[in-house]
Structures are given as structure tokens and as C-alpha cells.
Write a new protein. Structure first.
Ligand SMILES: CC(C)(COP(=O)(O)OP(=O)(O)OC[C@H]1O[C@@H](n2cnc3c(N)ncnc32)[C@H](O)[C@@H]1OP(=O)(O)O)[C@@H](O)C(=O)NCCC(=O)NCCS
Length: 170
């Protein structure tokens, strides 16, 4: 299986914050940001595997600073690590105050994508080669995150066995 440089999976997206994007506190609605994150991350994953890539999980979205209508919101994503058939994508969200130019990391997220073959089953994905300090740091720490995900997935499966599929009105 071929390898690709992390940078070959890198994507950028810059957007304004419109009135329809904000919540009652006049900051970017969390669901809107999560949609941006999943959107850009899926493109990074596709750039690596070049087959249909589906989101298997999102570890978390850490909202570190609010994003306001006077800010721009920039997202950067890349595949930070791969397993055998899974891809870890890192997304960094930067908010820039358009009046002052001040920038802050507003949110970060790790997502896992799986590339599907023609039978809709997971298939092996190319490896990534980290080059920058940021890429190397994320690559070196990925095995631990993968193990945490494995444990959480097992717990989710066990938990699902207890949940009902019955609707409240039935
Ligand atoms: C994601 C999905 C394809 C996994 O299929 P599966 O047959 O259960 O996958 P496997 O158990 O064989 O695992 C394949 C790889 O994905 C990883 N993986 C699967 N589910 C995962 C999860 N929830 N979180 C993290 N990694 C996961 C496995 O660890 C494995 O990685 P590795 O090969 O690098 O070790 C399947 O659960 C699915 O279709 N889910 C719905 C996806 C979806 O609808 N997404 C939203 C819209 S895009």
C-alpha cells in the first residue's frame, strides 16, 4: 500500500459568521461548527483513500473560545494518523477578529473515518508520513488515542444492548 505525505490531505476553509449561523448568545452555533468540522475532515480523509469515506466517530469537539459575527472562522484539517482500515483526522479551528486581526484557536477535534470498498466494507488505507513538528506530534500521540477509542467503542456497544428501540407512544 502506497504512503502519502500528511500535507497531501490538508484542507482549508474560511467562512464568515452570518446571522443564521449564531445561537441566542450571538456566537457561532455549536452544531454549525460541527457541520463545518465533519465536512472538511471528510475531504481530508477522501484525499487520502480516494474511495467513499464515512465518519466512524468523533472523539470530541472542544469549544475553547466563542466565535462572534465580527470574526472569521478558519478550519484546517489533515489526516494525522492511519490504522489498518481507519484514518484519524485532526481539525483545528481558528477564529480571527476581523477588526483587530487577533487570532485564537477556537476549537479542536479528532475524527475517525473509514474508507469503504465496493461491497461497503472497510478496506485498507494508505499510511501517512508526518513532516512538520505539528504533524509529528499528532502522529506520535495517535496510538494512545486509538486505544481510548477502542475502549469507548466497546463500552458503546455494550451500552447499546440495554437501550430500547421502542417509541414513547408505542
Ligand atoms: C464505520 C463502519 C463502516 C465501521 O464498520 P465495521 O465493519 O464495524 O468496522 P471494523 O470493526 O471492521 O473496523 C474497521 C476500522 O475502523 C475502526 N473503527 C470502526 N468503528 C470505529 C469507531 N466508532 N471509532 C473509531 N474507530 C472505529 C476500527 O478500529 C478499525 O480500524 P483499524 O482497521 O485501523 O484497526 C460502520 O460502523 C458504519 O457504517 N457506521 C456508520 C457510518 C456512518 O453512517 N457515518 C455517518 C455518515 S458518513
Amino acid at each position: 500500500m502506497e504512503s502519502k505525505r500528511v500535507t497531501e490531505t490538508r484542507c482549508f476553509k474560511v467562512a464568515r459568521v452570518f446571522p443564521t449561523d449564531v445561537n441566542n448568545h450571538n456566537t457561532l452555533f455549536g452544531g454549525r461548527l460541527m457541520s463545518h468540522i465533519d465536512d472538511i475532515a471528510s475531504i481530508s480523509a477522501s484525499k487520502l483513500c480516494r474511495v467513499t469515506a464515512v465518519t466512524a466517530s468523533t472523539d470530541s469537539v472542544d469549544f475553547l473560545h466563542p466565535i462572534r459575527p465580527t470574526d472569521s472562522v478558519s478550519l484546517e484539517s489533515f489526516v494525522s494518523w492511519t490504522g489498518t482500515r481507519s484514518m484519524e483526522v485532526f481539525v483545528k479551528v481558528i477564529r480571527e477578529d476581523l477588526r483587530t486581526g487577533e487570532r485564537r484557536i477556537a476549537a479542536t477535534s479528532f475524527l475517525t473515518f473509514v474508507g469503504l470498498g465496493e461491497d461497503n466494507k472497510p478496506i485498507p488505507v494508505p499510511r501517512v508520513i508526518p513532516e512538520t513538528e505539528e504533524e509529528k506530534k499528532l502522529f506520535e500521540t495517535a496510538a494512545h488515542r486509538k486505544e481510548m477509542r477502542r475502549i469507548r467503542r466497546e463500552e458503546s456497544k455494550k451500552f447499546a444492548d440495554y437501550l430500547l428501540t421502542k417509541y414513547p407512544w408505542e
